[in-house]
Design a protein around this ligand. Sequence first.
Ligand code: DC
Length: 206
Amino acid sequence: MVIAIDGPAGAGKSTVARAVAQRLGFHFLDTGAMYRCVALAATESGLPAAEIARDARIALSGRVLLDGRDVTEAIRTPEVSAAASEVSTDQQVRDALVAQQQRLLSDGNWVAEGRDIATVVVPDAAVKVFLTADPQERARRRAVELDADVDTVLYELKRRDEQDEARQHSPLVRASDAVELDTTRLSSDEVVDHIVALAASAGVAR
Ligand code: DC
């Protein structure tokens, strides 16, 4: 059973998806962390990203482990964000990571978040949510998280949105049957309540 949460950077996916998983007793999968791991390893090693996506051992239980090394913080830098958006345009990288994601999600109850969960990874997900928020608000949230300048974050976020939406393979797009939730003026608790209610009406949760 999968609850799919997609949307652009800074829409609140990670915080909300994690909290929904906790409320329902589901596992949580942050697929963006996988693209970030591949980007970090490719930058460090100079090896082709597709090779890394096939061979690297990525473990996502709480901390993020890349071939046994804790990269939880290292994958959150602006450089890795940009590189992750770049490697995610490579179809071979996507094929390798999507196959791993599908294997994980085929067993048990999950909340999975990313850009293509409802469209490609699990098109028959029980609940599909597309989170959005004004770019200004998304940048403000990211700037607080990263302790960075809002205008710089806004510029990078818009560039990344454009790349994620314009790419040829699995672009960021709302699944036609996903519920769109604009989180600009909602607290994360309100968003979580909303998704839990959707899950309940889909018969996924109490
Ligand atoms: O969600 P995030 O910011 O951690 O994602 C990092 C990058 O990875 C993002 O720019 C797009 C890409 N990504 C993707 O293409 N497909 C996913 N399912 C998740 C992330």
